[in-house]
Design a protein around this ligand. Sequence first.
Ligand SMILES: [Zn+2]
Length: 212
Amino acid sequence: MADAHTITNEHTRMTETHARLAPRPGDALIIVDVQIDFLPGGQLAVPAGDEVVAVLNQYIQRFSAQGLPIFATRDWHPPNHCSFQAQGGIWPPHCIANSEGAAFAPNLQLAANATVISKATRADKDAYSGFEGTDLNERLTNAGVARVFVGGLATDYCVLNTVKDALNANFEVILLTDAIRAVNVQPGDGDKALDEMRALGAKPATLEAFAA
Ligand SMILES: [Zn+2]
């Protein structure tokens, strides 16, 4: 049975975690590719991808309430994009700019002040990372951001590469593990990506850690 001392220490530790993770000035939320084509029923569905939406809405609320910046990346491909099978790529056509499938998940409650970052907009280039070929780094830097909270789709592709680029650009990264889902083209890809992100320095967290 835990004695009073142990309980106190546990309580102190949890309180410290909450304080450390509570969104504060210098933080930004990055929502990766929560688009219709990546949800169940979409052209390139991520299994259970729709489950991230409600959780992300909670994070959005917290960041919005404090006026902290929110960025939403999206795949925004031309119809002849190099990542599509017809052009020798590995994916079915997905997220064609201005198509219904490229729209954000209808239930995603993106704040009015959210900044949309379109990526892989050129036919000859793919981009899994929200930083690749975009001004995301510049925008974060201009907004005085030091720490980014990352969630979205898919763990083993665009989340992984966005997190890696954020770490390379010297942002502290909190990986929202309850707001990501994997494609798992090969079984275990999602777990491998999680391990890789943790090993590189991303710190995992869930909504529980934000509880008031
Ligand atoms: Zn794509």
